[in-house]
Write a protein that binds this ligand. Structure first.
Ligand SMILES: [Zn+2]
Length: 263
């Protein structure tokens, strides 16, 4: 390896590095010509987590060739800082927010569906299939597998940092600023299809006696026919959403025609 670039990762991108390499310039040895994407991923940082790359102070794309002696600054998604004058790696955010989750994130996938997000999930999808679905249908790939996010075809991926499902949902809502997009209880947690309002008579045969006695508003999945109503689970989830999005505008709070508790 004949060349050395000075590489520095900023903010939470340091979490991907071993502790001795964090928060400091690193001499990255490489054989030119090499794209900056290659140098970044040498350190185990998936390109999907990177929002802006500066080479000698100028913003560049991931395929920019690096030269000996270049100074490279690598930044994650910005929340408070306006970088519009600079070049973001992805030309634009996805117009519709949709997800595909890997096999280890089933609970997160169900929670996202409950908030109304179109989220594909299946236990059996191998990595190439997940990457293909994400790239072809414009879905944000959710995973805790860095190698999966390093696949070149991935343009919109999200490394899910927390290990506990409850924290995963909160972290994702913060990172992707999802509160305004939440449509609670508009989608089936089981199969991801939309749910629609139905009369009590239409679903009476599927109801347990207590729900049939005390509930008046029902919804049914257009995919798997599962019936939902407003029970204690519904109210608990409403409170949780309100807590997650405190202070943020949330479309779903203004709507009252959503379903509900899982059957
Ligand atoms: Zn369903």
């Amino acid at each position: 390896m004949s060349a050395c670039a000075r590489l520095r990762f900023y903010a939470e991108l340091n979490d991907f590095l071993p502790p001795p390499q964090r928060q400091q310039p690193l001499c990255c040895r490489f054989e030119p010509p090499a794209p900056v994407r290659h140098l970044i991923e040498t350190y185990g940082v998936p390109h999907s987590e990177v929002e802006l790359v500066l080479v000698n102070g100028a913003s560049v794309g991931l395929e920019q060739a690096v030269q000996d002696g270049d100074r490279i600054s690598v930044y994650p998604m910005f929340e408070g800082l306006d970088i519009r004058p600079l070049l973001r790696l992805r030309a634009r955010p996805l117009r519709r927010i949709r997800f595909v989750a890997d096999a280890h994130l089933g609970r997160l996938a169900r929670q996202l569906r409950m908030l109304g997000f179109d989220t594909l999930f299946r236990n059996a999808w191998p990595d190439p299939e997940l990457a293909r679905i994400s790239a072809r249908s414009g879905r944000i790939l959710l995973t805790r597998d860095r190698a999966l996010l390093m696949r070149r075809e991935i343009t919109h991926g999200c490394f899910v940092r927390p290990q506990r499902p409850a924290e995963q949902l909160a972290a994702l809502i913060r990172r992707l600023d999802l509160c305004a997009e939440i449509r609670p209880f508009s989608r089936c947690m089981v199969c991801n299809a939309l749910v629609v309002g139905v009369s009590k008579e239409a679903v009476r045969a599927a109801l347990p006696p207590r729900a049939a006695a005390v509930q008046e508003r029902f919804h049914r999945c257009t995919g798997c026919a599962k019936v939902y109503w407003e029970g204690s689970h519904y109210r608990a989830m409403q409170q949780r959403i309100a807590g997650l999005c405190e202070g943020a505008s949330m479309a779903g709070q203004r709507r009252s025609d959503h379903p509900q508790k899982r059957n």
